[in-house]
Design a protein around this ligand. Structure first.
Ligand code: BGC
Length: 771
C-alpha cells in the first residue's frame, strides 16, 4: 500500500483536498488528452495562485534558439518545443462584481476526480469568497476521443447567501507563453479574434514555423436547468474572446454554462479558412449537445479499455497505478497519424519539449504493438522512415558518408534538437533501438512485407552508420566503438559500451539476414531495395560480416558478466546500499564529476541489452549480470526500474520484480521523483505495462509462437490482460499457479505456457498449470 494523496479506487483518481502548494502536481496528474491535443488540469475559473498553464496541440512546435555555454560544430540551431497553445478552458465567474478566485477563497468540500474509464475530469467545491458570498461549483470536462478536434466543459455555479447579479464569462485566450522559453520569447504571433454573435474564435500562428491554430467556442447557458432567457454578449480583443452572460440570481439559484470547443490546426487543415471552420465545428458540437458528445466519447474509451485494460485483483494501489499508466498512454498517442509521436511528457508539461526520444522504440513501442491495431505500431515505424533523409543529413553533418544515418537523440521533424555533445554525438545507441523496433514489429505482426517496403532502407542506413562508427583496433585485433554514452548517462565518452557494441553487431546481422531473406523471397523486391539504397552488395555486405565476426564485446571472465564498458572494474566498487539515503537522488546532491567517476548507474544499460536479446543468454548468465548490475543501479531515470523488473521476474525473483514494478507504476501518482509538477513520465508508463505483461506474464514471441511463463506477486490474487498477436486478441488470466488463455480471434494461435506447446483454435480456452 502507498500513502498516496489520492484515494484508493480502481478506476478513478480522486483528490479530496485543495492543496495550493501542490497545485502544479495535480495539474499534471489530472491532465486530459486525446492524441490530437491535450492540456494540464488548469482550473476553469480565475486562479491567481501558482500554476503552469498548459494547452498543447499535437504536431505544432516552435524552434527555440539553442542555448549552450560553448558551441560545438554539429550542434543544432534550435530545440523544438511544443508551445503552450491558445487556452480554451477559462470561465470567469463574477458575483456582484466580485471575481471567483480559489487563491482568495476559503474552500470546502473540494473534490477532483479523474474517471479513467470514461476519460472525464470532474471538480466540485464550495468557495467562500472574501465578501462572504458562497458558491458551489461543479465543473466537468472532456477532450473527445471520438471527435478528436472537439472538447466540452459543463460548469455550474450554485449561489447561496442572498441575491444579486452573477456573470459567467467563458473565454478564449491566445496571449500565451512558455515558461521554458530560452530567451523569454513569445512563441506566437499574428493573433486575432472574431465572433459572429453566437460563436467566437481566436487564431494564432507560431513564429518561424507558421503553424496556425484556431480555437473556437460556442456556449449555452441555463438557469435552474432551463434555457436562459437573456442572451450572452460576445466581445473580442486582439487575442482574446469573452462571452458574457449576466443574470439576476436569488438564493439557491444555479447557473450553468456548457462550453463547446473546437481546436483546429494547420497541421491538419489548410490555414486559410481555419477560423470559420473552427467556429462551425464548435457550433456543430453545441447542436449535438454535451450528453451526446459525452456518450460518443465514453464509447471510444470503452473500446480502448476493451482490449487495453489490465485487471489486477487483490491490490487496489497496483490496479489504480496500471490503469493510470494505460490511460495516459492512450491519451497521448492514438496512432492514426505517422507524423506524430510520443513525447516523454506527452501533453502534460513543457519539459522535453514534446519531442521524440529513443523512449518511443525502446519502451513505448511494445505497448502499442500489443494493445492496438497493427497500423498503430506501423505508424510509429513510418515516423522514423519519413525522417530517414534527415537522419542521413544528420550523419553527414558529423562526417559520415554513403547514406549512413544517425537518427536524432531528440526530434520533432527529423532534425536533431539536442545539444550536449556527450549525448547528441555520443548516445548513438538510439539507432539500435530504432532497428530493434522494426524486428519487434515483424516478430509480432508477421508483416514481413514491411522490410521490403520501408524497413530495409532504414536498416541499411543504420548499418552503414555502425560500419563507419567502428574502427579496427591494432591493439585488440578487433573492431571497437570509441567515445560513446550508453543508456547510463552517468558515464560519458566511454569506449566499448557493451550495450552499444551489441546493438551495432545485432543491427548489422539483422540487416544482412533480412536482405538474404528478401533475396530468396522476391528477387524483384530485393533488387528494388538494392537500387533504392545503392547498396554495394559485395563490399558493404562483406565489411558488415567482418565486423559482425570481429567486434569487441567487453566481458569480465572471472565474474562471468558483460562489462558495461572498458575500464568499468577500475572504478571503486560500491553498491547502492553503501549510499547515504540523504544523498539520493545523486543528480541533485553530487557534483557531475563525482557522478561520472562513481560506479553508480543511472538506468538499465547492460541489462537493457540483456532484456532486448534475452534469448541469446542462458538463465545463469542473466542472473550473474542482474546480480552484479542491479545493486549498482540508482534508477534515476524513470525508464530504468521497469526493465529491471522484467528481468527479475524472468529470474523468478517475484519479490524484487514487484518492488521494482511499484516504483514505476505509481511513480507519478505518488511523485517518487518529486517532479510531477513538470508533467507526467509518459514513456516510462509503457515500461510499467512491460513489467506486467513481459515481466510477471512472461510474454515472449519466439519462433512464431506466443509464449508465457507467468509468475504472480504475493499481493495479487489474479491479474489479466489482452494482447494482440498478428492482430489477433488473446486474453490471459493468471491466478495462483495457473494461467488461462482464451483465443478471442478468428485465427488459430500457436502458444506455449510453462513449457507446454499447442495451437489454440478460435474461441478456444486453455488452462496451463505450473508444474
Ligand atoms: C533518460 C533518457 C531518456 C530521457 C527522456 C533521460 O533522463 O536518461 O534515456 O531518453 O530522459 O525520457
Amino acid at each position: 500500500m502507498t500513502d498516496s494523496r489520492f484515494q484508493s479506487d480502481e478506476w478513478k483518481i480522486i483528490e479530496t483536498r485543495f492543496e495550493a502548494e501542490r497545485g502544479r502536481d495535480s495539474e499534471s496528474i489530472f491532465a486530459l488528452g486525446n492524441g490530437m491535443m491535450g492540456q494540464r488540469a488548469n482550473f476553469e475559473e480565475t486562479y491567481s495562485g501558482d500554476t503552469l498553464q498548459g494547452t498543447y496541440v499535437a504536431g505544432i512546435y516552435y524552434p527555440d534558439k539553442t542555448v549552450v555555454g560553448w558551441w560545438k560544430n554539429g550542434y543544432p540551431d534550435y530545440f523544438a518545443k511544443v508551445p503552450n497553445a491558445p487556452s480554451w478552458t477559462g470561465i470567469k465567474v463574477r458575483i456582484d462584481g466580485e471575481e471567483l478566485d480559489l487563491a482568495a477563497c476559503k474552500i470546502k468540500n473540494f473534490r477532483r476526480e479523474l474517471d479513467m474509464k470514461e476519460g472525464v475530469l470532474t471538480r466540485t467545491f464550495t468557495a467562500m469568497m472574501p465578501s462572504g458570498r458562497q458558491v458551489e461549483v461543479t465543473a466537468k470536462r472532456f477532450i473527445s476521443m471520438s471527435q478528436p478536434e472537439r472538447a466540452a466543459i459543463s460548469y455550474s455555479v450554485r449561489l447561496t447567501g442572498g441575491s444579486g447579479t452573477a456573470e459567467i464569462i467563458p473565454w478564449l485566450n491566445a496571449d500565451v507563453y512558455n515558461e521554458d522559453a530560452n530567451y523569454d520569447e513569445k512563441f506566437w504571433e499574428n493573433e486575432s479574434a472574431e465572433h459572429d454573435g453566437a460563436r467566437a474564435v481566436v487564431v494564432a500562428q507560431t513564429r518561424k514555423t507558421a503553424f496556425v491554430v484556431a480555437t473556437a467556442m460556442e456556449n449555452t447557458f441555463t438557469v435552474n436547468g432551463k434555457p436562459a432567457k437573456s442572451k450572452a454578449s460576445i466581445t473580442t480583443a486582439v487575442n482574446s474572446a469573452h462571452c458574457t452572460f449576466t443574470s439576476a440570481y436569488a438564493e439557491g439559484d444555479t447557473i450553468e454554462v456548457k462550453k463547446y470547443v473546437a481546436v483546429l490546426s494547420s497541421f491538419n487543415h489548410p490555414a486559410e479558412g481555419l477560423a470559420g471552420k473552427a467556429m462551425s465545428m464548435a457550433g456543430e458540437a453545441a447542436r449535438k449537445g454535451f450528453e451526446a458528445m459525452l456518450r460518443d466519447h465514453t464509447k471510444a474509451w470503452e473500446k480502448k479499455w476493451e482490449h487495453g485494460d489490465i485487471v489486477i485483483k487483490g491490490d487496489i494501489a497496483a490496479q489504480q497505478g496500471i490503469r493510470f499508466n494505460i490511460f495516459q498512454l492512450n491519451q497521448t498517442y492514438t496512432g492514426e497519424d505517422p507524423r506524430l509521436n510520443i513525447g516523454p511528457k506527452g501533453f502534460t508539461g513543457e519539459k522535453y519539449g514534446g519531442s521524440t526520444y529513443w523512449d518511443t522504440e525502446a519502451f513505448a513501442f511494445p505497448f502499442y504493438l500489443s494493445t492496438a491495431d497493427t497500423h498503430v505500431a506501423r505508424n510509429l515505424l513510418l515516423y522514423r522512415y519519413k525522417h530517414l533523409g534527415k537522419a542521413i543529413e544528420n550523419a553527414q553533418k558529423l562526417g559520415f558518408t554513403g547514406g549512413a544515418a544517425l537518427y536524432p537523440m531528440v526530434t520533432m521533424n527529423g532534425e536533431e534538437c539536442h545539444n550536449e555533445w556527450e549525448i547528441t554525438f555520443e548516445e548513438i545507441h538510439r539507432n539500435g533501438a530504432i532497428a530493434y523496433a522494426i524486428f519487434n514489429y515483424i516478430r509480432h505482426t508477421g508483416d514481413q512485407n514491411y522490410l521490403a517496403e520501408y524497413g530495409l532502407e532504414v536498416l541499411i542506413a543504420l548499418s552503414r552508420f555502425w560500419a563507419q562508427r567502428c574502427n579496427w583496433s591494432q591493439e585488440k585485433n578487433q573492431y571497437v566503438i570509441l567515445g560513446v554514452t550508453g543508456p547510463n548517462e552517468y558515464e560519458n565518452n566511454v569506449n566499448n559500451n557493451w550495450y552499444t557494441n551489441t546493438l551495432a553487431r545485432w543491427t548489422l546481422k539483422y540487416t544482412s539476414d533480412s536482405l538474404e531473406w528478401l533475396r530468396s523471397a522476391s528477387e524483384v523486391k530485393y533488387n528494388s531495395v538494392v537500387a533504392r539504397t545503392r547498396l554495394d552488395t559485395q563490399c558493404e555486405l562483406s565489411l558488415w560480416k567482418e565486423i559482425i565476426n570481429n567486434i569487441y564485446l567487453p566481458v569480465h571472465y572471472d565474474l562471468g558478466i558483460f562489462l558495461q564498458q572498458d575500464g568499468f572494474m577500475d572504478k571503486m566498487q560500491q553498491t547502492v546500499k553503501d549510499l547515504d539515503p540523504a544523498e539520493r537522488p545523486l543528480n541533485q546532491h553530487w557534483s557531475w564529476d563525482r557522478i561520472l567517476r562513481s560506479v553508480f548507474i543511472k538506468q538499465a544499460d547492460v541489462l537493457q541489452g540483456i532484456y532486448f536479446f534475452e534469448e541469446e543468454f542462458d538463465e545463469e548468465a542473466i542472473r550473474r549480470n542482474f546480480d552484479f548490475y542491479e545493486p549498482r543501479c540508482v534508477h534515476e531515470s524513470s525508464l530504468s526500474a521497469s526493465i529491471h523488473s522484467v528481468l527479475a521476474a524472468r529470474l523468478h525473483d517475484t519479490e524484487s520484480a514487484y518492488t521494482l514494478y511499484l516504483r514505476t507504476a505509481r511513480l507519478d501518482l505518488d511523485d517518487y521523483n518529486r517532479e510531477v509538477k513538470d508533467g507526467l513520465h509518459i514513456t516510462s508508463m509503457a515500461g510499467t505495462w512491460l513489467a506486467i505483461v513481459e515481466g510477471f506474464g512472461g510474454l515472449r514471441i519466439s519462433n512464431d509462437r506466443v509464449c508465457f511463463n507467468p509468475v504472480i506477486p504475493a499481493a495479487w490474487s489474479s491479474y489479466s490482460f489482452i494482447i494482440r498477436y498478428r492482430n489477433n486478441p488473446l486474453r490471459v488470466e493468471v491466478n495462483g499457479s495457473a494461467v488461462n488463455v482464451v483465443n478471442l480471434s478468428k485465427a488459430a494461435i500457436p502458444l506455449a505456457a510453462y513449457g507446454e506447446k499447442l495451437t489454440l483454435q478460435p474461441g478456444e480456452k486453455k488452462k496451463f498449470k505450473k508444474s
